[in-house]
Design a protein. Structure first.
Length: 637
């Protein structure tokens, strides 16, 4: 019998007969593991429990906690939903049913219009199916047989999918009860783990996303192993709706997106206050850590992008223009500009490391359907930096960047975890360079004692990277900072330094961001704080509310006093009832309200109301000023 070697994450190696199933390997490792396992990552590919392994492989079991585990779980749930729909609505045609970020969907073609009541019925049927505990059976058919199979059943979308497969391809199928689907997997072994089910919404979706095709009905849903986890997710969803940065952005007058610039955000005065504070904070921290700042042009000659490799790997996402009959490109990244500055001078080993930060405005084309407030835009400012370093400085510099990111995130109260992404298929450079770079990142993380998750094949085309995944106030994660190690660009642009031995050598380049994109980071902050910015970030820090216009003079004096200290203050001198003014200031999420009436004027006091804390009583003006100044200075949370 031919044997294959299976290497586990701890480096241990086990031998099995060729064609062994993932389920059997998992069970052999431990019965307990087989009970909680949902599938495995085999040589970087996520595979279901019933799939076979036919070659020597790296093997990592995945559970629901792992993102690959969720993908298997949710994709299998899409099959369960499809079977439920087939049972309840015979004659429906099936399109595709993938796992997505927080669940799954399936696209259906039917004359019947699905209603919210239908969702309840389908949900009930899904629960029944899951309980019946069907095993997902995999089988294969040659392409022609597969075509006949689906043509007979009138499944035009499956036929369309198969027709786009290569002639000699073997097509895999999965059978779940009476529902057979064309599918490459991966799937759960059976349906019994799918215990908590919720269908969320119905939307229209064109076949293959093309508006010339027929509009199908898409049903979104999510599932969990435990009821409690589903409930937590649904609560978070509800909370997220309230915090939507597009809604708050409008209500708090921070930014807009307009038809004249799809994906190009407009920042209003109050939004710019927050943005400038963030940028100043960024600058201060970088200066402290030995960074210099540069600024490079937005439009640069197209030839530069050929040299950088962006043309071959990234041109679909770039915008182009012509100047004096020559071809130019709008920069999608800041690196080539930074490199041109490096090349304008000769450096010695004594000059390195160079750390050049750039708040660089880049443009990247996104499909209009993918645009989303400040989270997914077509123009954004990266808080970029490029470091030019000696190979011997790799670990130290990486560790310093991790420290910087850690400090900056802590100011906003973000927890985070780190993911390490390795070489993608479409990439430049030798195996050896990738290994040195990947090990450099790994060593820095290990020396700092930071745990991390590995994303196989998810690196940039010029090097591996680590990403910081921030967790916000309601438990959602956002990828923000990234650190990339790069041996390619220095070679492509032939940049050098003069070493001790007078030889010209290549510096190593590090690309990195902390916020990621200023625009997106602001969107995240708006949702993280639910619009209630801490005092140091709040566009208006204090609102002065006179009880009647008799006290407006005192209120104006007070305003000037605060303004002199650099406090951002507003005065609501309108002839409105005080209750109304307080409500309005609360809606604007202003951290402090100072209420001014007879007694306050007589004794030189202010009545302080703090957002979320209510009435704090009367205090001396000077005392209030020193309290708020301290809060601002300390960037209190
Ligand atoms: Zn499937
Ligand atoms: Zn870069």
């Amino acid at each position: 019998m031919e044997m294959i070697k299976i290497t586990l994450p701890d480096g241990s190696v086990r031998e099995y007969p060729k064609g062994v199933s993932i389920y059997d390997i998992t069970k052999d490792i431990s019965e307990g593991l087989a009970r909680v396992a949902l599938g495995a990552v085999v040589n970087g590919k996520t595979r279901g429990m019933q799939e076979e392994v036919k070659e020597d492989s790296d093997f990592r079991v995945v559970k629901f906690e792992d993102k690959e585990g969720k993908e298997i779980f949710w994709h299998t749930s899409a099959h369960i939903m499809a079977l439920a729909v087939q049972n309840l609505f015979p004659g429906v045609k099936f399109a595709i049913g993938p796992a997505i970020d927080n669940g799954f969907y399936y696209d259906f073609d039917t004359e019947h219009r699905f209603s919210p009541e239908d969702l309840e019925k389908i949900e009930k049927e899904m629960k029944k199916i899951a309980k019946e505990n069907h095993v997902l059976e995999r089988f294969v058919m040659p392409r022609n047989e597969a075509l006949d199979y689906f043509k007979e059943r009138g499944e035009v979308y499956k036929v369309d999918l198969i027709e786009n497969f290569p002639e000699d391809e073997e097509i895999s199928f999965y059978k779940l009860g009476d529902f057979t689907d064309l599918c490459a997997g991966p799937h759960l072994y059976d349906t019994k783990k799918v215990k908590a089910i919720k269908l969320l919404s119905i939307a229209g979706a064109y076949w293959r996303g093309d508006e010339n095709n027929k509009m199908l009905q898409r049903i979104y849903g999510t599932t969990y192993e435990k009821k409690k986890d589903l409930e937590e997710y649904l609560n978070r969803l509800e909370e997220a709706k309230k915090r939507d940065h597009r809604k708050l952005g409008r209500e708090l007058d921070l930014f807009t997106l307009q038809e004249e610039g799809p994906g190009f955000p407009f920042f209003h005065p109050k939004g710019m206050i927050i943005r400038n504070i963030l940028e100043n904070f960024w600058r201060e921290e970088h200066v402290k850590r030995g960074y210099d700042e540069i600024k490079t042009p937005i439009i640069l000659n197209e030839s530069l992008w050929h040299q950088s490799g962006h043309w071959d790997h990234y041109k679909e996402n770039m915008y182009f223009t012509k100047i004096d009959g020559e071809d130019y490109a709008i920069k999608p990244m800041n690196c080539p500009g930074s490199i041109l500055i490096y090349k304008s001078k000769m450096y010695s080993y004594r000059d390195l490391p160079l750390r050049w930060g750039e708040l660089g405005l880049v443009h990247r084309h996104e499909l209009s359907g993918a645009l989303h407030g400040l989270m997914r835009v077509r123009s954004f400012t990266q808080d970029d930096a490029h470091l030019y370093i000696l190979p011997s400085q790799i670990k130290k510099e990486l560790m310093d960047i991790i420290d910087l990111a850690d400090y900056m995130y802590s100011i906003f109260g973000f927890k985070y975890h780190i993911e390490l992404s390795t070489r993608p298929e479409d990439s430049m450079g030798t195996e050896e360079q990738w290994e040195i770079a990947t090990n450099g990142l790994r060593e820095a993380l290990e020396e700092k004692g930071i745990e991390y998750i590995i994303n196989e094949g998810d690196g940039a085309f010029y090097g591996p990277k680590i990403d910081f995944q921030l967790e916000d106030a309601i438990g959602r994660t956002w990828q923000c900072g990234t650190i990339q190690l790069d041996f390619q660009m220095p070679e492509r642009f032939d940049i050098t330094y003069v070493d001790k031995d007078n030889e010209k050598k290549r510096p190593v380049m590090i690309h990195r961001t902390i916020f990621g994109s200023m625009e997106r980071f602001m969107g995240i902050l708006i949702e993280h704080y639910a619009g209630k910015f801490p005092v140091w970030l709040a566009p208006v820090q204090v609102s002065i509310l006179p009880i009647s216009d008799k006290f407006n003079d005192y209120a104006h004096e007070l305003k000037d006093k605060l303004k002199d200290k650099g406090i951002r203050v507003e005065l609501d001198g309108r002839a409105e009832k005080i209750g109304y003014k307080i409500r309005e200031a609360q809606l604007q999420r202003i951290p402090y309200m100072l209420i001014v009436g007879e007694k306050e004027v007589a004794d030189n006091l202010v009545s302080v109301r703090k957002r979320d804390h209510g009435d704090l009583g009367q205090i001396k003006i000077e005392e209030f000023i020193s309290t708020i100044m301290e809060e601002i200075e300390n960037k209190a949370k």
